[in-house]
Ligand binder design. Structure first.
Ligand code: UDP
Length: 331
């Protein structure tokens, strides 16, 4: 039986595909390559180019392959873009899921692990954030993912499709052997932007706001290494294979770093000056996001290996230094 990875050519998807292949799974990747990279897909995975909103595409792949379960990454994920163009997010993320679930129901596929996000919590009432805390998103990206969680719930009740929602906090790093890494166009995330400035492929780094109620006034985030995150998907799949009920888990390190602390850690790792200015706040940014991650550790047996943010940045720097143009497939 085969695992279908939707969005397997993207940043987190491609690392998960590599880890699945390494674990001996038979993998197919479905990706429309709007943001993904063909070269990022492990050569042992069979690749199908197409869009999850296209029912005919899904049913053609699901007829050719014997799919046991789905790992679903195919979504847009840029908070500021979602503020400007919410319908793009509701269409691809929420709408795409509906088409996918219809196809899963039709083909009797009853397991799905999917990317949710800390953005579903919005501005948290207490830190660290627990899975049972209120979910009140402050941006359309988080709202589109919260709607996906709710749709999953009712699809479980009605059709018996079991799901694990993995609520990611901030993901960073690259495959330690330098084979795959992060390559977004445009890049909007803090760590890759800092490292592009360090590598000299970008100028002008702004830290968005220094008047938040945090230790140094800049936003605090919880960073997880992309390979640790990928491994959590494999554990979630195992959990569903064991016949457990649908569930949601935070994936974070339970430690927070401010944007200035990340900048300083990157200066230390790269040995570069990395000039930065303080700019205005970015719309939709919660002040602090730190995960309580005991649930994933206890129930899934998740044991992140990268517990040091400098080690996370080191693997990302290794990728950025050796791939100054990323995969080189975009202008
Ligand atoms: N950030 C920043 N400058 C940038 C990009 C991001 O100061 O050029 C900040 C952003 O405001 C947030 C943190 O870095 O406080 C992490 O943002 P990112 O987009 O990496 O992830 P998010 O937390 O939005 O998922």
């Amino acid at each position: 039986m085969t695992i279908a990875v939707l969005g397997g050519a993207g940043y987190i998807g491609s690392h998960t595909v590599a880890q699945l292949v390494r674990a001996g799974e038979d993998v197919v990747v479905l990706d429309n390559l709007i943001t993904g990279h063909r070269q990022a897909v492990d050569p042992k995975a069979r690749f199908y180019q197409g869009d999850i909103r296209d029912y005919k595409f899904l049913s053609s792949v699901f007829s050719q392959e014997k799919i046991e379960g789905i790992i679903h990454f195919a979504a847009f994920s840029i908070v500021p873009e979602s503020m400007k163009d919410p319908l793009k997010y509701f269409d691809n993320n929420t709408g795409g899921l509906i088409t996918l679930l219809e196809a899963m129901h039709q083909f009797g596929i009853n397991k799905i692990v999917f990317s949710s996000t800390a953005a579903t919590y919005g501005e948290p009432k207490s830190i660290p954030i627990k899975e049972t805390d209120p979910q009140v998103p402050t941006n359309p990206y988080g709202e589109s993912k919260l709607a996906m969680e709710k749709i999953m719930h009712w699809s479980d009740v009605a059709y018996g499709i079991k799901f694990v929602a993995l609520r990611y906090f901030n993901v960073a790093g690259a495959m330690p052997d330098g084979s795959i890494g992060e390559d977004h166009h445009p890049e909007t995330h803090l760590i890759p932007i800092i490292l592009q400035v360090a590598a000299g492929t970008r100028t002008g780094l702004q830290i968005f706001g220094d008047d938040y109620p945090t230790k140094d006034g800049t936003n605090v985030r919880d960073y997880v290494h992309v390979v640790d995150l990928a491994d959590a998907h494999i554990l979630a799949l195992k959990y569903l294979r064991e016949g457990h009920d649908s569930n949601a888990f935070n994936l974070g390190s339970a430690t927070g770093f401010s944007n200035l602390e990340i900048l300083n850690a990157a200066r230390k790792v790269t040995g570069k000056e990395i000039p930065a200015k303080i700019g205005p706040r970015r719309a939709g940014d919660p002040s602090t996001l730190i995960a309580a991650s005991d649930k994933a550790r206890e129930i899934l047996g998740w044991q992140p290996k990268y517990d040091d943010v400098e080690k996370v940045i080191e693997t990302a720097w290794n990728w950025h230094e050796s791939h100054p143009k990323g995969y080189g497939d975009r202008a």
